[in-house]
Write a protein that binds this ligand. Structure first.
Ligand SMILES: Cc1cc2nc3c(=O)[nH]c(=O)nc-3n(C[C@H](O)[C@H](O)[C@H](O)COP(=O)(O)OP(=O)(O)OC[C@H]3O[C@@H](n4cnc5c(N)ncnc54)[C@H](O)[C@@H]3O)c2cc1C
Length: 393
């Protein structure tokens, strides 16, 4: 079997993998970034909303920003609107064009010196003395052995790299959101606010969304709890009902399906010669389902730590733990809080959700950050939200 050698092999060219590859290459490492699909960023499996935090991770480029929004409107089951806004909003700020954005990030990695190989799928891990030492890949019908000092699993929600290395990455159905989305045109879209719709008939243990893509285009989607999905109750069934009701004259020009891990991050994100990043490490905010900026942030940290470990000639789990410590310090608390909030909110009835929305639907409380929103809700509904207050405060 043909053999290639690198310092680092990164499996998966999503935001996590490309950022890791870029950083590691900037530090002078020999990096191979592999992607099983023939085109990076395609198929898109995302609503494409990000907070303004993305500006701290990459310089904005109008080629991949479709729209800028001021906040989010949330509609309770009876249609009561709550408006969220402010600089710290998650999943609003910009709506991206990921088919271009993901390619742009991979090009940045290439510009920094990484090799990029598409149509290249990892199908197994090379292990020696308990250390990950590379991956077996299939590329254009040919099997190859890619040896590396460090293997980075950036292979998304379906990640197999961690499992191959012996890390428990299983996701029970209640910790997955299954989503379906249409790119629709010919519809009246709110161009200033992203819109979210909650309620058991719209999206059990999840929500429906409408994110402007500019003009009369929008991503219209539904994500539901994996444990609620079943015959005639799949995400696509809810999406069809939602789209028919909300946009009877709209036309569907693209359709996609995908899953988001809502478990909170893995307990272990490193091993000997191994690092997991992005969805593969479950670095997604469980209450919003947003993972793009976390994947990028973690990728940047991973690239730095991997480079240092290779330069020190010590790629042991102990040395790579620096990555685990750093990302948890930077955003681990937000993911933990998101998990607690998710566990609480997913158990609220439609009646509870309406009561909460009514308690905010006055003129004095409109523009709220998520944290201010939670605080206002707790203040106005102390009995109902005592459990939430206990876990958050
Ligand atoms: C319906 C839906 C809506 C979403 N909406 C939002 C949103 O609005 N905002 C937000 O922030 N997040 C959203 N997310 C989540 C977001 O898409 C992910 O968190 C983000 O893409 C994670 O980046 P990643 O690089 O870790 O993984 P991915 O972007 O999934 O990239 C992983 C890559 O690895 C490749 N790969 C997998 N296995 C192999 C292999 N064996 N060999 C080679 N390549 C492999 C895949 O093809 C893929 O390209 C949404 C997700 C879904 C499903």
């Amino acid at each position: 079997m043909k053999e290639e050698r690198y310092d680092v092999v990164v499996v998966g060219a999503g935001p996590a993998g490309s950022m890791t590859a870029k950083k590691a290459a900037e530090h002078g490492l020999d990096v191979l970034l592999i992607e099983r699909n023939q085109e990076i960023g395609v198929p898109v499996k995302c609503a494409e909303g990000v907070s303004k935090e993305i500006e701290q991770l990459v310089a904005l480029d109008k080629r991949w920003v479709c729209a800028e929004v001021k906040g989010a409107n949330i509609y309770s089951p009876d249609g009561t609107k709550v408006v969220m806004g402010g600089e710290n909003m998650e999943e609003v700020g910009y709506v991206l064009e990921r088919r271009i954005f993901d390619k742009f990030l991979a090009s940045e990695a290439a510009r920094a010196g990484a090799e990029v190989s598409v149509k290249t799928e990892a199908y197994g891990i090379i292990k020696e003395n308990g250390y990950a030492k590379g991956v077996y890949v299939r590329c254009m019908g040919e099997n190859k052995r890619v040896s590396a000092r460090v293997v980075v699993g950036a292979d998304g929600v379906e990640s197999r790299v961690g499992r191959w290395a012996g890390i428990d990455t299983r996701l029970p159905p209640h910790n997955i959101s299954v989503g379906a989305e249409f790119l629709m045109c010919n519809i009246e879209v709110n161009r200033d606010y992203t819109e979210f719709f909650v309620g058991s008939e719209i999206a059990p243990k999840g929500y429906a969304w409408v994110f402007t893509k500019g003009g009369n285009y929008a991503n219209v989607g539904v994500g539901i709890g994996g444990d609620t999905s079943g015959e005639k109750h799949r995400a696509i069934d809810y999406l069809k009902a939602f789209a028919r009701n909300k946009f009877p004259d709209g036309k569907v020009v693209a359709e996609m399906y995908g899953a988001v891990p809502l478990s909170g991050p893995l307990n272990e994100t490193v091993g000997d010669g191994l690092v997991l990043v992005g969805d593969a490490a479950r670095q997604v905010n469980p209450i919003t389902g947003g993972g793009i900026t976390y994947a990028m942030h973690a990728g940047g940290i991973a690239g730095d730590v991997v480079a240092q470990a290779v330069h020190e000639n010590d790629v042991s789990k102990k040395n790579l733990m620096e990555y685990d410590r750093k990302w948890r310090k930077e955003f681990g608390k937000r993911l933990d809080t998101g998990l607690k909030a998710k566990e609480f909110c997913f158990n609220l009835s439609d009646e509870d959700l309406n009561t909460l929305a009514h308690s905010l639907a006055d003129k004095r409380v409109t523009e709220l950050t998520p944290w201010a929103l939670l605080m206002a809700l707790i203040k106005r509904n102390p009995r109902m939200l005592m459990g939430l207050a206990k876990v958050l405060l």
